[in-house]
Design a binder for this molecule. Structure first.
Ligand code: NDP
Length: 334
């Protein structure tokens, strides 16, 4: 097997030597188990959280342990009823490795959807799609005519949030880090407006694009962008707090939010959530997202990096904003 092991906790950006690619034997397949080979490895901002020892929503990866990650795999050997060699499965919680031997009950066979590429199961039909769906629908509670603002809008989660918001009849404004991304948001993904936060005055642009204020802020970034949004929320606004990517690489305490009091002044509901909170309802989310996908109402992009050996160095794409849509590593061919 080829396995990425965490060798030391990164300081700031992940750098050479923080992880090491090691050779390891693949364990024999026991009764009720399967051996699966990774096709796509998912790279997620939360990988950076797991590499650190900050207080977090699950235990961090320990130094010396394989790096944790998810993805899509193919079954190569099965001693589990219901899975056969050649089946494509969701890896579940796995590691940054070529092979896993897991209980058959821990992996889920992916449905075959004609015309839908496998990468959709990393995006709209994967964890990021479920994050967008449940965060927006359950916490954001969108109503037709309301204004939704989403940050990291051209990323895996944000791009889905905005499109689901449009389907729900909202006015949708995205915030992203390049003109190309903003063009994709308005011209391909159907957002009403997009703001390039690296070039524009975000506050002034929000005032222009959200003349009736903001009813829902789907928050992916935190920091200055969130602070600017906080002062423009309407009474009884909802705020699904999905991520705070601007602070994941921080080496010093991150100041703010300075406008926290607006949550009180505007009677705002803010709720932090982790997608796994909704695990029991994934079938509902998958059905809704698959329906919209097949109807052509949802567009998605996948940013594909080649080769397991490039996984750690590619994580940086999420923090510099090089990715459009879901960042994945192609590990092997079916
Ligand atoms: P994305 O595909 O959105 O990639 C991250 C994007 O964040 C980058 O493309 C970049 O785009 C933007 N970004 C990075 N650093 C900054 C910064 N300092 N300021 C502003 N924007 C920045 O990743 P995901 O869709 O996977 O994740 C998006 C967010 O959702 C993250 O915060 C993540 O932690 C969170 N998340 C939460 C889950 C949950 O269960 N709560 C599950 C999955 C994700 P740009 O060019 O626009 O800067």
């Amino acid at each position: 097997n080829k396995v990425w092991t965490l060798r030391k906790r990164p300081v700031g950006d992940v750098s050479d030597g923080d992880l090491e690619l090691e050779e390891a034997p693949v364990p024999a397949v026991g009764e009720g188990e399967v051996r699966i080979r990774t096709l796509f490895l998912s790279l997620d901002p939360t990988n950076r959280i797991w590499m650190s020892d900050r207080d977090q929503y699950m235990p961090p990866v320990e130094v010396g342990d394989p790096m944790r990650g998810g993805g899509i795999s193919i079954v190569e050997e099965s001693r589990f009823d219901g899975l056969q060699p050649g089946d494509i499965v969701n890896t579940g919680l796995g590691t940054w490795s070529l092979y896993h031997v897991k209980k058959g009950s821990e992996v889920t066979k992916l449905p075959a959807l004609p015309g839908v590429p496998l990468t959709a199961f990393m995006g709209p039909l994967g964890m990021t799609g479920m994050t967008a769906y449940f965060g927006l629908m359950d916490i954001g509670k969108p109503k037709p005519g309301e204004t939704l603002v989403v940050s990291a809008a051209a990323g895996a989660v944000g791009s889905m949030v905005g499109q689901i918001g449009k389907i729900q009849g909202c006015r949708v404004v995205g915030i992203a880090g390049s003109d190309d991304k903003c063009r994709w948001l308005t011209q391909t993904a159907g957002f009403d407006a997009a703001i390039n936060y690296k070039k524009e005055d975000v506050g002034a642009a929000l005032d222009r694009h959200c003349p009736d204020g903001i009813d829902i802020n789907f928050e992916n970034v935190g920091g200055e962008i969130m602070d600017t949004i906080l002062t423009r929320l309407n009474d009884f606004a909802r705020m699904p707090l999905c991520g705070l990517i601007s602070s994941y690489n921080a080496t010093e305490p991150v100041p703010g939010p300075y406008n926290f009091s607006m949550l009180l002044m505007r009677h705002v509901t803010l709720k932090g959530f982790i997608v796994t909170d909704y695990m029991e309802r994934f079938a509902e989310g998958m059905q809704a997202m698959a329906g919209w996908l097949l109807e052509g109402k949802i567009k998605f992009e996948t940013d594909i990096v080649d080769g397991l050996e490039n996984a750690p160095a590619s994580l940086e794409r999420l923090f510099s904003g090089k990715n459009l849509g879901k960042l994945v590593v192609k590990v092997s061919d079916p």
